[in-house]
Design a protein around this ligand. Structure first.
Ligand SMILES: Nc1ncnc2c1ncn2[C@@H]1O[C@H](COP(=O)(O)OP(=O)(O)OP(=O)(O)O)[C@@H](O)[C@H]1O
Ligand code: SF4
Ligand SMILES: [Mg+2]
Length: 363
């Protein structure tokens, strides 16, 4: 088996990139919409841009339905995209099955939330790993080549001694061990990118850290680019180098994880961090731009008819007139390089105009 360990590539190089990625799912049409010219769609993902770099973990955080899994599936080329681009090493790629898809999957592997569902219960660990190694041409050569490659995979995910696990069935393993087998199977492709969709959310709290530590260790040793999808913004701080926050299909904030989680700028990110059980979080940090804590009234909006302007405006305690009609662009937050928020509060002209209106009203 060839590994990226033997051919180190520059750290921080962009491996996989989403540019303006958009996915609208058609919904079953009622008679009225059949007569209408505009098709009814779920705006699952709109204009998402992410660069996954070698040797870095990027967290994609957001509540249920915000579009995280759709982004992962688009990046895995499991869905056709509505708009935008996916670039592998800078080259635009669009693959739909067949040999090009297999070649793509060799470099970009998806790990799912539920390891029990992703492993076939009637097959052993040996079967799952052998299949992956063979499909991706990494089964080794010579009489012992396959056995060595299998032992190597299990050792990498700390399932040792390998012979104890090779002939086990999924139901004979714990949830954490099953997820390690799923990770080993992904590594059988010798990928450059791991797309990990909530890889620990179905595991016991006590074993989550071990699996996250394993992924971090693999990132360092194999120089992998990892997308880590999670509901849990506190784990993004611990595990990810960079964090992007999504709300209702759009990216609302991004930057290095320490800054985004400790000094969240966007009112929605503050809502997330306020409800995250992170005892180390410096309370009150990041409340300077608006001076208020977040409440987060209401529910996420309909993605069939998403709100105009900022999608968070119906829930936002700081919403201004402009927020309901104009979509805020990504605006730099001047506290750390690379920190941005899609929020008009960080546009001095908007805030000045709003203050002017307020002064006028009090005269
Ligand atoms: N195949 C599909 N057809 C129609 N709508 C879909 C489809 N897949 C996802 N959606 C919708 O797209 C939106 C985003 O879903 P997605 O699964 O990406 O969210 P998520 O952030 O991963 O949520 P969760 O945290 O619950 O996993 C949701 O409104 C969902 O109902
Ligand atoms: S743009 Fe307006 S509504 Fe949206 S988060 Fe910022 S202040 Fe709130
Ligand atoms: Mg999901």
């Amino acid at each position: 088996m060839t590994t990226t360990e033997s051919a180190p590539a520059p750290v921080d190089e962009v491996v996989l990139e989403a540019v303006g990625l958009t996915k609208h799912f058609p919904v079953r049409r009622r008679l009225r919409s059949l007569l209408s010219r505009t098709p009814t769609v779920v705006h699952a993902v709109d204009d998402v841009s992410i660069a996954l770099r070698r040797g870095r973990v990027t967290a994609l955080v957001g509540e249920s339905g915000s579009g995280k899994s759709t982004v992962a599936r688009l990046l895995a080329q499991l869905y056709p995209r509505t708009a935008g681009d996916i670039r592998l090493h800078g080259t635009s790629t669009r693959v739909r099955g067949g040999r090009p898809f297999r070649a793509y999957v060799r470099r970009v592997q998806l790990i799912l939330q539920d390891p029990f569902a992703s492993l076939n219960p009637v097959h052993t660990v040996r079967y799952h790993l052998t299949r992956s190694l063979r499909i991706h041409g990494n089964a080794g050569t010579g009489p012992d080549g396959l056995e060595r490659a299998l032992a190597d995979l299990l050792t990498r995910v700390s399932l040792t001694p390998p012979e104890r696990y090779l002939d086990a069935f999924p139901h004979e393993l714990s949830g954490g061990q099953r997820q390690r087998v799923a990770i080993a199977r992904a590594l059988g492709a010798n990928p450059e990118v791991l797309l990990a969709d909530e890889p620990v959310s179905m595991l016991d709290v006590s074993i989550r850290l071990g699996v996250l530590n394993l992924l971090q260790d693999l990132k360092d040793r194999l120089n992998l680019a990892i997308l880590y999808i999670t509901h849990d913004i506190a784990s993004a701080r611990y595990f990810a180098d960079d964090t992007i926050v999504m709300y209702a299909g759009r990216m609302v904030e991004g930057g290095d994880s320490e800054t985004v989680t400790q000094r969240p700028a966007h009112p929605y990110t503050r809502l997330l961090t306020d409800s995250a059980p992170d005892p180390e979080r410096i309370t009150g940090a990041g409340a300077d731009a608006t001076g208020a804590g977040e409440r987060g009234h209401g529910e996420p909006p309909s993605l069939i008819h998403p709100p105009a302007g900022c999608r968070f405006h119906p829930r936002c305690p700081h919403a201004m007139a402009r927020c309901a009609s104009e979509l805020p662009p990504a605006i730099p937050v001047d506290d750390h390089p690379g920190h941005w928020a899609a929020c008009w509060l960080f546009d001095p002209a908007t805030v000045a105009a709003e203050n002017g209106v307020a002064e006028e009203a009090t005269r």
